[in-house]
Design a protein around this ligand. Structure first.
Ligand code: ATP
Ligand code: MN
Length: 482
């Protein structure tokens, strides 16, 4: 049978395919790592996993067939090649198992193996992040992570967006989204400085100061104003010293940017896109989600299905402030104040999403002064308690239960003069940024886009609590292991 490993060289069959096969009596070869072994009266059972699925295939060995030397080396974590016959399983919960005729030890594993015992803490597993993909939970998370990447590319491809590659090394220091990591080949102990003590970059690799990007948006806008609809999907870097369960120093961001899109269309895109990804997970990651639902978060699948049914609330910032102030009047206690103009703290966002509306919220029309310079200024000022407030912008944050902000987006200011006004009044260094301003100078067009933190999406879809546990090798302050 094709693919089952029945050719003379015994090609290996993946466990995921072996478990689906009902061709009982067929010869088969599987390879993988031992999850557990037990036995009695000369018969032993090995749970073998090769990463293709959360499920293990059961290997049944007879000690009169498999040499004692080999049996001894079948320990937790060891890597095996198993040849045998696929048979119907008498055991509950599995259709088939493999009666071994020959076992080769590809790699032994002694009792210093760090994943020996079950139920290790998340903190402990982070210290062995190089091996944790071999656990059930991380296997599930990483397969889901792959599937979410496929969902993202498929969504945009099907909707006519082009995958646009923006640079990771940037010379612009006005992205403003966070502290940047510098990129240099200079000897840091022997820096050339001018009379004011400022570093001279002439002889550095790029001949100027460069950093790792905090967002692909500005270059993404160049793509959108040429190709119409683009998206970026790549690593971004923020040297923010925030040790939270929601921030990484290196994370992946998805940033669509679309010409001729207005605020309502932007919010529609944000909602449709997230729902598509969640539906993809439910359709394509059933076994892994069921495992996580059982072992990590009992409400996971229900929450994912719930999001598909809900219409996201569209909430102007000023309305949000009204709700929060009303709640405070009625005795609700918050740690931080929330006056109009304040950046909402996560306790405020969580109150709105988890207690007040009990569904995802797209907050919009934020005060101009707490948002980035490129956001489009609203035509009218909002009114609160009969008083006119300051200017607002067409920014949107998508707020999710337990995650908080999952998306930040906006309509971009397309007027050259208004944009320049913001740049000047905020004192933003626009040296070497004429390329960005050219989008507004030559055939400027209305456009909008958003940034979604890929790991925040994975947090939501897996039910995990800490962002360090949804990326293979997390980078956070004081941590760049592996
Ligand atoms: P936050 O307020 O949560 O720090 P932000 O407002 O700085 O986020 P944006 O600049 O709007 O974030 O970035 C777009 C998206 O990227 C955010 O909505 C979030 O999903 C994600 N994101 C931002 N910073 C980080 C980070 N340090 N680690 C992981 N994801 C992040
Ligand atoms: Mn944001």
């Amino acid at each position: 049978m094709e693919g089952l490993g029945l050719n003379p060289i015994m090609k290996r069959t993946k466990v995921i395919d072996a478990l689906k096969c009902t061709d009982f009596g067929a010869d088969i070869c599987v390879k993988g790592w031992v999850r557990s072994k037990r036995g009695s009266k000369g018969i032993f059972f090995v749970a073998l996993n090769d990463g293709s699925t959360i499920k293990n295939v059961q290997i049944v060995g007879d000690e009169t067939v498999i040499p004692e030397e080999i049996v001894k080396q079948i320990t937790t974590g060891a890597c095996l090649s198993v040849e045998g016959k696929l048979v119907e399983s008498p055991a509950a919960g599995q259709a088939s198992e493999i009666q071994a005729t020959k076992i080769d030890i590809l790699g032994t594993c002694d009792n210093t193996y760090p994943l020996q015992k079950k139920g290790a803490s998340w903190e402990y597993l982070r210290t062995v992040a190089h091996l944790r993909p071999r656990t059930n939970t991380f296997g599930a998370i990483l397969r889901i992570r792959h599937n979410m990447a496929m969902a993202i590319h498929t969504y945009f491809h099907e909707h006519g967006y082009f995958y646009f590659h923006t640079p990771l090394i940037t010379a612009s220091d006005c992205e403003g989204a966070g502290q940047m990591f510098q990129v240099t080949t200079k000897n840091l102990y022997d820096l050339k400085k001018d009379e004011n003590g400022s570093i001279i970059y002439d002889d550095d690799f790029f001949g100027k100061q460069t950093s790792l990007t905090v967002s692909g948006q500005l270059e993404g806008e160049l793509g959108a104003t040429a190709l119409g609809s683009i998206y970026t999907f790549g690593p971004t870097f923020r040297a923010e010293n925030s040790n939270t369960p929601r921030h990484l120093a290196e994370f992946w961001m998805v940033e669509p940017e679309v010409a001729f899109m207005d605020l309502d269309e932007l919010m529609e895109l944000e909602e449709d896109f997230i729902k598509y990804c969640v539906r993809w997970a439910l359709d394509n990651c059933k076994d892994d989600l069921e495992f996580l639902n059982k072992m990590v978060d009992k409400g996971l699948i229900e929450r994912l299905e719930g999001v598909l049914k809900e219409e996201f609330v569209h909430l102007p910032y000023t309305e949000g402030i009204k709700i929060l102030q009303e709640a405070i009047k009625n005795g609700k206690k918050f740690e931080f104040p929330c006056e109009w103009g304040d950046d909402l703290a996560s306790e405020h966002e969580r109150y709105l999403v988890e207690e007040y509306f009990k569904k995802p919220v797209i907050m919009n029309h934020y005060p101009k002064k707490i948002k980035a310079f490129y956001m489009k200024i609203d035509a009218e000022k909002p009114v609160l308690d009969g008083k006119e407030m300051e200017e607002t912008v067409q920014g949107t944050d998508v707020l999710f239960p337990s995650i908080g902000e999952i998306i930040g987006g906006s309509v971009r200011e397309e007027s050259y003069d208004k944009l320049m006004g913001e740049i000047e009044s905020r004192g933003i260094p626009m040296k070497d940024m004429t390329w960005y301003l050219d989008t507004r100078k030559y055939g400027s067009c209305p456009h909008a886009g958003f940034g979604l933190g890929f790991e925040r999406l994975i947090l939501f879809v897996t039910g995990m609590q800490n962002i360090r546990d949804v990326i293979p090798f997390p980078r956070t302050p004081k941590n760049a292991e592996f």
